[in-house]
Structure formats: C-alpha cells, structure tokens
Design a protein around this ligand. Structure first.
Ligand SMILES: [Zn+2]
Length: 414
C-alpha cells in the first residue's frame, strides 16, 4: 500500500497531542496545537515542501512550481478538534495532501502550479467560540472583533495568539482574494453514513450546506407545581417543547424544489429548574441547514411563524434571534467533473452528495472555485466522536484520487 497505512499511522500519532488524554481534544493556540503543527511541519518538509506557521498559527506547506509566478492550487483542512473527537476529521485532508507531495517528490515530478497544503489552526471554534477563523482569514472574511473573543479562562484570542508567537494584526496579509490561487480542493471524512450505506469508498461533494442559527427565549410564568391548575398555566418549557417539535416537523418537509433540510434544537436551559416549580424561562437554540439557501430562509421564516403561533396560544412571550448565517457554498462543476474522472480512473463508481457539515472549503469561493472529496466514514458514519473510523484501503483510494486529480489538473490561462 502506497499511502493508506502511513496516513492512518500519522493520524494515530497526531491523536496523542491532546488536552485531555486518553480522549482527543485539541483546541486553537494550545501547546497541543503547537505539537500537532510541528509534527505536520516535519512531514511537509520531509515530503519536499517549504513549510511554516502563518500569523494566525495555521501551518502552510508549499510544493513550489519552477515558475515563481505560477498559479497556486490549495488543499487544506483543520488540525483542531471538537472535545472527545475522532482522529480523521480535518487531519485526513492535510495528511492526504502531504502524501501526494511525498509521492511526487519521490518520482522527481513537478506540477505546473505551486501546490499548497494548509493545516488550519481553528475550524471547530471550541476554545473561543469563533469557527473557521483560519480559513476565513484566507477567504477574506476574518472579523477583527474575533480577536477580543475570550476562552473559558478569560484569555483573549489576541493574547493567546501573541503567546503562541503569532501576529494578531497579521490576518490582513493572509487574504488570498485576487491572488494566484486558482482552485481549492479539500478531502474530508464524510462524517455521515451515505457512502458507507452504498458501499463506496469516496464521493464528490456538490455543495456545502449553509446554516442559520437562532437563540430563542421563551418567557412564561413560574408557579407552584401543586397549586396552579393546568388550565391557568403559562409553562415556558411546555411551550418550548412544542416549538422544538415544530422545528422537527418543518425541517422534515423538503424545501421548495425538493432541497433537503435539517433542523436541530441542541441546547435547552430551564429556569428556575426545580421539580416543584412551573418553568418560567427557557432558552434554547435552533440550527437549520440546507444546501439550498432559499429553502433554508423559507424554513427559518416558517419556524418563526410557528413559534409566534405557539406562544400566542399558550400566553407566553417568545423572542427568536438569528445570530449566525452562512450561505451554502456550491462546488465548482468543472472541478467536480475532474474529480469524477480521477475516481473513474481508480475504477470506483462516482457518487455525488451534498455536505451537511461545514468545512474550511466553504469560505473560499471569494478566492477561487472549490471542490471537496469525501471519504467513507465507518462505524455507522459516526464522527465528532472517538469511534470515528477510516480504513487504510479507503485512505489509499482517496489519496490516489487526489494525486490523479493533481497530476491531471491544468490551471486556467491567465
Ligand atoms: Zn472537519
């Protein structure tokens, strides 16, 4: 096997850089981020790349074309993790790119473009609550107010970045818009069961779902659980429960044009929160995603209307605040077709599917066309969890596909 065993071994080695062993948790600008970054720097240099940290603690490896003004093709993914994570989420996309370069170097081959592999320091946003900050800097959507975000200990991102050896003002220079990058191709574990259920090792992403997130506050009236008759209650939790079911119902209908939607209420906080008191206040969250922005916006509008109707009927107050919106990112048809040709040359059937999860790729459309290759996720498709698995055979096929893509890719004339 040319790549698969090595990649899985490297992912195992990286899993040791964790903040809470034996679980894998690696957040932005920690000593474990440094250890993982140094490990990847070493791999990149061994493979024949120039590699260094950038101002935000991303690790950037460059496999240079002979022409210093040649266009750039970029692959990347993230080296941070969620809490108690799996070991392939993010890391696979970095390791597979490095494996391709190692193979090209070993054969003395150059590409007609500079190939960059980027290990982003912060995609998941666990420590500072800011997601995709590394890739957003390159995509030109970094918001400097994020530098004031604080972790659980009150340390600002700015101070943590300075302590890490980064440059809090350096994000401006990372913007790749209008530069030489002509394509961004990210490989990633699917984090779902579609390829597993169809017996396929890899798939091509058609679009990365956009998302809307809401904070919802329901205010009712507290009262004694024994003395207030049922008909006289304004129970905030019973209302919130009905609202959660409304989210489920609305997200279960296909959007206009049949676009798939998903909707989740993931957090619910009840006050006062006593067994013998009617709930007065409930705060909950809503997460709605779709690869179709129109369908998502329509669902959010319908959800808000349902909340208002439930609140009116139950005589409670509801305030729903959409605090986060990110548009879907369509993958480039020509790059999808190029990946399909590479998959075909591995004699694997071509399957296209949308990505319900967000990825670093989704903030690159202002820079260049994007594409994503998904790799089968074992164990029922579970991810963001220690039982996330990938086989060496699938890592092998996915890397062969990426390498074939890189060797066939012809940068556009400029
Ligand atoms: Zn990921």
């Amino acid at each position: 096997m040319r790549f698969g065993n090595d990649i899985l071994r490297q992912a195992d080695a990286l899993a040791a850089y964790t903040e809470d062993p034996p679980r894998l948790t690696r957040t932005y600008l920690t000593s474990q981020h440094r250890q993982a970054g140094n490990f990847l720097l070493g791999l990149m240099r061994e493979a024949g790349m120039e590699a260094s940290y950038d101002a935000l603690g991303n690790v950037v490896g460059r496999f240079r074309a002979e022409d210093p003004l040649a266009p750039v093709v970029m692959s990347g993914s993230h080296m941070d993790s969620v809490r108690d994570a799996g070991r392939y989420d993010g890391l696979f996309g970095i390791l597979t790119g490095i494996a391709c370069v190692r193979d090209l170097s070993a054969r003395g081959k150059r590409l007609p473009y500079t190939y960059e592999v980027v290990a982003f320091g912060d995609e998941e946003g666990v420590r500072f609550g800011v997601t995709l900050s590394g890739s957003k800097a390159m995509g030109g959507s970094f918001d400097p107010s994020w530098l004031d975000a604080k972790d659980a200990d009150g340390t600002t991102l700015r101070d943590a970045l300075t302590a890490f050896g980064g440059d809090p003002d350096g994000w401006r220079a990372l913007d790749r818009r209008g530069g030489r990058v002509v394509a961004y191709v990210e490989s990633h574990i699917e984090q779902g069961p579609v390829l597993l259920n169809e017996g396929l090792p890899v798939g091509i992403v058609t679009a990365i779902a956009g998302g809307s997130r809401m904070r919802v506050a329901v205010t009712g009236l507290a009262g004694h659980a024994g003395t207030v008759p049922m008909g006289a209650r304004r129970d905030a939790l019973a209302a919130a429960a009905e609202m959660a079911l409304a989210v489920e119902r609305i997200a279960s209908q296909p959007g206009k044009g049949g676009a798939a939607l998903v909707g989740t209420v993931g957090v619910m906080k009840v006050r006062p929160g006593a067994i013998n008191v009617i709930p007065q206040d409930v705060d909950f969250t809503v997460d709605v995603r779709s690869a179709d922005d129109t369908a998502r916006h329509a669902a959010v509008t319908e959800i808000r209307a349902a909340f208002d109707a439930i609140a009116a009927r139950r005589h409670v107050k509801v305030v729903a605040d959409v605090f986060y919106e990110l548009d879907a990112a369509p993958c480039d048809p020509a790059l999808q077709n190029a990946l399909a040709a590479s998959i075909g040359r591995q004699r694997v059937p071509v399957r296209r599917l949308p990505s319900g999860a967000g990825h670093d790729a989704m903030v690159f459309p202002p820079v260049c066309p994007i594409a994503m290759l998904f790799v089968r996720c074992g164990a029922g498709g579970i991810s963001h969890h220690p039982s996330e698995t990938m086989t060496a055979e699938d890592a092998e096929i996915a890397t062969a596909v990426l390498l074939d893509f890189l060797e066939h890719y012809v940068p556009p004339k400029r």
